[in-house]
Design a protein around this ligand. Structure first.
Ligand code: UDP
Length: 371
């Protein structure tokens, strides 16, 4: 079977640091190829993932271009999708398209008859109600959690083949390091992820906290500072920048609560693996939660708010804790030693390994083809 996996034009695969969708593709593709699937990757030229063929419009990731006006962003997305569509028109060796590109992806791909398409929904589906409410009926979709699909518009639920949980290669790696004393939030710095709540709790409890993640594509405090110092910078009033400035930075005391910028690769894995617990004080219905799965795989107990996909991933009291309020979250944080890291690792191997994800996608490829 030959599958065209469309990762979009925003970041290389694997991503250099933060990168949600690109991480998913980098986890899935090797496991598919181990199972004999040939993979044509549609991404950017700098993608280093081993595949059978790479197609691209852009040499490098266009992520920073997302700050540009909406129509320019759409122009980039369209150019990428048109290239994929042209490729599919010109050849007949692709059995299925596994599409991960938001919004313009399915619309362009459904405009002509080609191989079957499975589109993976990565977002909170309320983000683009008009788009998701009128989804092209010829395209099969899957969610990344049951709770995400439960909130989906009817048209989308009708097209859905089910949920496939996100996975992490860390589930197959036995990364054991000496535990540190700090807690961590790993993720984009933004109001949805709620870093300020973790910071407030840790200040109150006197516990060290490390926040890792980019602020609107800025990967270091120095890069962010350039934006903050320049009132004419296009990102100056970006909501994530304002969130960092107004809600997070007041807790950053250089001692107890620290923001280390975005971390990637082995440095990220080591930093995360040494944490005493991973906090998820999410302020939205998290659709998939790769960072939660990674915490389990590293034997770092996740402690989060009971929202979105978290109750599907964390088994309260066995592999982590779920809270209904900030106060309760603080209470559970103090009890993380009650969670057995081995139980977290076992759960990740059983439910969130790349093999488990690939097997599930192969089932869905078959179902999408049969449709
Ligand atoms: N991540 C990273 N470096 C950072 C912050 C996050 O590599 O500094 C990774 C994190 O480990 C996870 C992904 O980015 O693999 C975030 O995925 P998640 O589903 O948790 O969040 P979202 O896709 O909503 O940003």
């Amino acid at each position: 079977m030959k599958v065209l996996v469309n990762a979009g034009p925003w970041l290389a695969v694997p991503p250099p640091g933060y990168g949600g969708i690109e991480n998913v593709v980098a986890t899935l593709v090797p496991a598919l190829r181990e199972r004999g699937v040939e993979v044509v990757l549609a991404s950017v030229g700098s993608s280093a993932l081993e595949v059978d063929e790479l197609i691209s419009v852009y040499d490098d990731g266009q992520f920073t271009e997302l700050q540009k006006p909406y129509n320019q962003v759409m122009g980039i997305a369209h150019a990428h999708q048109a290239r994929v569509a042209a490729e599919l028109r010109a050849r007949d060796d692709i059995d299925l398209v596994h599409d991960h590109v938001e919004v313009v992806g399915p619309a362009v791909l459904s405009a002509f008859g080609g191989p079957p398409v499975l589109h993976t929904l990565h977002w909170d589906l309320r983000k683009h109600p008009a788009f998701y409410g009128a989804f092209p009926p010829s395209i099969a979709v899957n969610g990344v959690s049951e709770s995400q699909l439960a909130r989906a518009p009817d048209a989308l639920r009708a097209a859905s083949l089910g949920a496939v949980y996100l996975a992490s290669p860390l589930a197959d790696r036995d990364l054991r390091v000496d535990r540190g004393e700090y807690l961590m939030v790993m993720g984009r710095i933004c109001g949805l992820k709620g870093q300020h709540v973790a910071a407030r709790i840790c200040q109150k409890l006197g516990l060290p906290l490390i926040l890792a993640g980019p602020v609107s594509g800025r990967n270091t405090p120095a890069e962010l500072d350039e934006v903050v110092q320049n009132p004419y910078h296009p990102l100056h009033s970006h909501p994530d920048v304002r969130y960092h400035l107004d809600q997070v930075s007041r807790y950053l005391d250089g001692d107890l609560v620290r923001w280390v910028g975005a971390v990637g690769g082995e440095a990220r894995d080591q930093l995360y693996a040494k944490a005493k617990a991973a906090l998820f004080p999410i302020q939205w219905d998290e659709p998939g939660g790769t960072a939660v799965v990674e915490a389990l795989a590293l034997g770092v107990p996740p402690v989060g708010l009971r929202r979105g996909c978290l109750p599907e991933i964390i088994d309260h009291g066995r592999t982590g804790f779920l809270a209904d309020s900030e106060e309760e979250l603080a209470e559970w944080v103090l009890r993380v030693d009650e969670i057995d890291p081995e139980e977290c690792r076992r759960e990740a191997r059983r439910r969130f390994s790349p093999s488990v994800m690939a097997e599930r996608y192969l089932e869905l490829y078959e179902a999408a083809t049969a449709r």
